[in-house]
Design a protein around this ligand. Sequence first.
Ligand code: NI
Ligand code: MN
Length: 225
Amino acid sequence: MKLKYFSHSAFQVTTNSGTKILIDPFFDGNPTSPVRSDDVNADYIILTHAHGDHLGDAMKIAKKGKVLIICVNELANYLIEKGFDAHNMHIGGGYNFEFGRVKFTIAHHGSKTPDGQYAGEPAGVLLFIDGKIIYHTGDTGLFYDMKLIGEMNAVDYMLLPIGDNFTMGIDDAVKAVELTNPKVAVPMHYNTFLLIKANPLEFKEKVEKTGHKCRVMDFGEELDL
Ligand code: NI
Ligand code: MN
């Protein structure tokens, strides 16, 4: 399995059998993204919530081919009304797709579409793919139930925001890593805009002081997991 980071909260998972899954594909309005929506294709798109920097270019990319968008019920219904294929899920629920299992978790944040429609609760997502567990927390503040998520799931890669202002900042994110206990922490949602300026190397240093591993991914970098 491969994990690619585009910057902000946008990742792509490519499974061993070649299925491409985009998470929070924010490219065209994202000054740090190394790609544009024209350059990217997907079989599935997973959305954590409907804010413009997460819904991003999902609709543009989904229009290019046969793409199933996976997200919480209210946002899925919004997309279905616009003619897209979506799979309605909700927090606490998991479903086995052909590529693996997706389970939604809580996230403490807001959610509304860029055109002002109610989009349900924001979420985090657990991916169970090719024997690995990836936890993309979505936009969230620190919460103690991350300990429960970590106790019930041996998380391999935890993708979590460090940019502060709208989400956890560095110190809260370090605590989130301690609570969840992943094999590797990967910082996201930083340096896209001035308001979320943060130094990922400071996060890495602080995570390593707790005895955990951190991998700062470059914008555009792809890892073999
Ligand atoms: Ni948000
Ligand atoms: Mn955001």
